[in-house]
Design a protein around this ligand. Structure first.
Ligand SMILES: Nc1ncnc2c1ncn2[C@@H]1O[C@H](COP(=O)(O)OP(=O)(O)OP(=O)(O)O)[C@@H](O)[C@H]1O
Length: 219
């Protein structure tokens, strides 16, 4: 589904943050991406989401060579990838419901065609009662779940989540993890960047560990 071959990345003239990174994300797989702070987890997620280009190596996304994907093709490809950013990136002047529905609205879909889907998804992440409030009044965990719902509304084939349990207490972290596992059971590939060892210990999943610019994989 996504394949990296000897990928390297440096920002500007800086040092190489990622070096000779090779791995595959198979369809319907579940993996954690871990490593110390500054190891390059967010950078690797950005390469997966195609918001960064590698400085060397090959990246193949859904059968296409990344270097041949045009700017025009990118939005369509990205629709197949859901991403939850570390800082959520919710729009404060729109309700939770509107935030989640936004990707569909942008595509010109009629509200009547998606209203039930958005409501159902918000109920699934436990925000049924918070649908019509603005993000500033949501708790950190609620914002996190709203961001997850927005990433899932277009039924992506792969979900990338950057420290999704970073701002929540352990019971909520377990609940979010159950949500990701359930999503994975339904067929979505999941990549969770985290340095929460306790979280990783709860699932027997593949671990991709970044350190010193290199990636080690433990299946
Ligand atoms: N836009 C940028 N320009 C220059 N350097 C950057 C940029 N973004 C990240 N870096 C550097 O790249 C390295 C990796 O950063 P990255 O955010 O990918 O690490 P991380 O593993 O996600 O860290 P954390 O766990 O703290 O979120 C760091 O040294 C960081 O300072």
């Amino acid at each position: 589904m996504i394949r990296f071959e000897n990928v390297g990345l440096r920002y500007g003239m800086g040092p190489e943050i990622l070096r000779d990174i090779s791995f595959q994300i198979p369809p319907s797989s579940f993996q954690f991406l871990s490593g110390p702070s500054g190891a390059g987890k967010t950078t690797l997620l950005r390469l997966l989401f195609m918001s960064l280009k590698p400085t060397r190596g090959l990246i193949n996304v859904f059968g296409k060579d990344r270097s041949r994907i045009t700017r025009q093709e990118l939005p369509l490809m990205r629709r197949r990838i859901g991403i939850v950013f570390q800082d959520f990136r919710l729009l404060d002047h729109m309700t939770t419901y509107e935030n989640v529905a936004l990707p569909l609205r942008v595509r010109g879909r009629e509200e009547a065609s998606y209203r039930a889907d958005v409501s159902e998804l918000l109920k699934w992440v436990g925000l049924g009662e918070r649908m019509h409030v603005l993000p500033p009044v949501l708790s950190g965990g609620e914002k996190q779940r709203a961001a997850i719902a927005r990433a899932l509304i277009e039924q992506p084939e792969i979900l990338l989540a950057d420290e999704p349990t970073g701002n929540v207490d352990p019971p909520l972290a377990r609940r979010l993890l159950r949500l990701f596992i359930e999503l994975n059971r339904l067929g979505t590939a999941v990549v969770i960047a985290t340095h929460d060892l306790a979280l990783m210990d709860q699932v027997d999943a593949r671990r991709m560990i970044l350190s010193g610019g290199r990636l080690d994989i433990y299946d």
